[in-house]
Design a protein around this ligand. Structure first.
Ligand SMILES: C[S@@+](CC[C@H](N)C(=O)[O-])C[C@H]1O[C@@H](n2cnc3c(N)ncnc32)[C@H](O)[C@@H]1O
Length: 213
């Protein structure tokens, strides 16, 4: 049966691997989830969760949490993880804007931000997930020396992010301007989702940054 948006939205509430900001005890539920393991990696703006699921399959002892506001996309991730029995991936529906209100301080080991919306208009720059407004929030929830990884097909967003990092004292650990031709030993960059393949097939280069505070 093909489900419509509303059905998916309602079904999302029944999955064991999903938390939503509308849940009672949302903050406590996040805290409990995070206390269940030592190594926690977030994917911010995870969409349908393909990347988080692949990360989770490759590292069964770590916990991966995909965060997005779009319930319909998260439904695909939660369904896929359940169907394929991937127990170490969860999904949270919330605005990333309020991440530092709900995720405990210094609790996160690593963050991935994959192909975020570029918001090309200057007036929307504050909505970019790599703007300093967001970077300051990530700093609060990251453990000391935790890495943030960022991947994009958008050259302007890549340059904007580099500037934000340099202007705000972040240390750049890796900067790659064409992931699929460059030499590197970052195994996660070998994961190629449908979304990334779409850009590659259009002849776009994929940019990558790894940075830490
Ligand atoms: C272009 S899609 C990329 C999805 C996924 N990372 C991928 O590579 O397939 C960007 C995603 O970020 C989510 N997003 C953007 N800004 C957000 C915010 N402030 N809070 C929560 N989700 C956000 C959107 O809902 C969308 O699903």
């Amino acid at each position: 049966m093909k489900r419509n948006k509303l059905q998916k939205f309602n079904e999302l509430k029944t999955f064991d691997n999903v938390l939503e900001y509308t849940d009672q005890d949302f903050k406590k539920n996040i805290k409990d989830l995070l206390s269940s393991t030592d190594y926690i990696c977030l994917e911010l703006g995870c969409g349908n969760g393909d990347f988080s699921i692949e990360l989770a399959k490759n590292s069964p002892s770590k916990l991966f949490i995909g965060i997005d506001i779009q319930g319909e996309r998260l439904w695909h991730g939660a369904k896929n993880a359940t169907f394929n029995k991937v127990p170490n991936v969860y999904f949270i529906r919330m605005f990333i804007d309020s991440i530092d209100e709900f995720v405990p301080k210094h609790s996160i080991d690593e963050i991935w931000i994959t192909f975020p919306d570029p918001y090309p208009k200057k007036s929307k720059a504050q909505k970019r997930l790599t703007s300093n407004r967001f970077l300051e929030k990530y700093k609060k929830i990251m453990k000391d020396k935790g890495n943030i990884n960022f991947k994009t097909d958008d050259n302007e967003l890549f340059k904007f992010t580099l500037d934000e990092l340099k202007n705000n004292g972040w240390k750049i650990l890796s900067s790659i301007e064409d992931v699929h031709t460059a030499q590197h030993n970052i195994s996660e960059l070998n994961i190629c989702t449908k979304f990334e393949n779409k850009w590659i097939n259009l002849g776009k280069k994929i940019f990558f940054l790894r940075f830490t505070s």
